[in-house]
Ligand binder design. Structure first.
Ligand SMILES: [Zn+2]
Length: 330
């Protein structure tokens, strides 16, 4: 054995070897192109410290940043287990199998599907949050997402909590065809159940909120908050331009434009969002203090025999008079 090659050389190699440097220490702001250190980006909740551009925030970070107790790094809310749905019911395949795309998205995000539901308190008020993960197939709404919104709405009614939804979605999940479209009426009925129970329903429109999500539950809130610069619309700008054959104004479909035209109630910067939500809940739910929930995972289990897709047919509690009722003020 040659100690020079077997021992000395590897030692020297390890000394001069480049240390593993994580590649994503610095992020480039897509708006102003300045570099931002990753810790600073975490601290600012993915808002550019140079120009204030709001980048996309993951579903879990969103939940942690909104619930009480989330600021010190600990998870602020408790996630609930969502009912499972049949994966790939149509055995859909384009260039790749839908089931493969699903597995890939699940591995990349660590989530089962594009919507996460958690309960906790916001400013001392009971709240259920449904948060979208845009990184999961563009936050598209399939049966699993519909199921998540229905579960969130049911949990709200059972806990007498407010419902806060953070959509971030390209719209319907085309790989699920008509089953995806069915989630529009389902989620609409689900949120009307929250309103019928005189509980507040607040939507925080984040970038982007488009398609079937805009056309259903995302535009039915008691209060619509939007994040600065968020793209909010149904059809894309190019499609509209080609249809109406007109040049669309600057900032069309952006949060500020929609605020000027009465589509959203306020545009709130991410740093102030928690405070604004707490204040709104204080106004809408006076005297309702947060209390620990009794085993919520039990409450949202799918009923026996009713598969998630079967649940598309209306169920008795969902048939209560829809929308239009004022939030609890008495
Ligand atoms: Zn920037």
């Amino acid at each position: 054995m040659n100690w020079l090659t077997e021992f000395v050389r590897p030692k020297i190699r390890s000394l001069i070897a480049r240390k593993d440097v994580p590649e994503d220490l610095w992020h480039k702001c897509p708006a102003c192109e300045q570099m931002i250190f990753h810790r600073e980006l975490e601290r600012s909740l993915h808002v550019c410290p140079h120009c204030g551009h709001h980048m996309r925030l993951s579903a879990l970070k969103r939940i942690a940043a909104t619930f009480d107790g989330g600021a010190d790094g600990k998870a602020g809310g408790t996630r609930i287990e969502l009912p499972s749905v049949p994966a790939d019911p149509l055995k859909f395949r384009d260039r790749r199998r839908y089931s493969d795309r699903l597995k890939e998205a699940q591995a990349a995000t660590g989530l089962a599907d594009a919507c996460v539901v958690a309960h906790g308190s916001v400013g001392g008020h009971r709240a259920v949050i449904a948060s979208f993960e845009f990184g999961f197939m563009g936050g598209s709404m399939g049966a699993a997402v519909g199921e998540a919104i229905v579960a969130a709405a049911r949990l709200c009614v059972l806990q007498e909590a407010a419902l806060i939804v953070f959509p971030s979605s390209g719209g319907a999940r085309m790989q699920e065809g008509a089953l995806s479209l069915m989630q529009m009426p389902r989620t609409t009925i689900a949120v009307s159940q929250v309103k019928a129970a005189h509980l507040p329903y607040i939507v925080v429109l984040t970038d982007p909120t488009t398609g079937g999500v805009t056309a259903s539950f995302a535009m039915l809130g008691d209060i619509h908050i939007a994040e600065p610069g968020a793209l909010i619309g149904f059809a894309g700008q190019r499609v509209i331009e080609q249809t109406v054959r007109e040049k669309l104004p600057d900032g069309f479909q952006r949060a500020e434009y929609l605020l000027d035209h009465g589509m959203v109630d306020m545009v709130v910067r991410r740093a102030e969002l928690r405070e604004v939500l707490s204040r709104l809940l204080g106004l809408l739910m006076p005297g309702v203090a947060a209390a620990p929930a009794e085993n919520p995972s039990e409450l949202v289990q799918p009923e026996e025999g009713a598969g998630p897709l079967v649940a598309a047919e209306p169920e008795p509690p969902l048939l209560t008079p829809p929308a239009g009722l004022p939030p609890a003020s008495a």
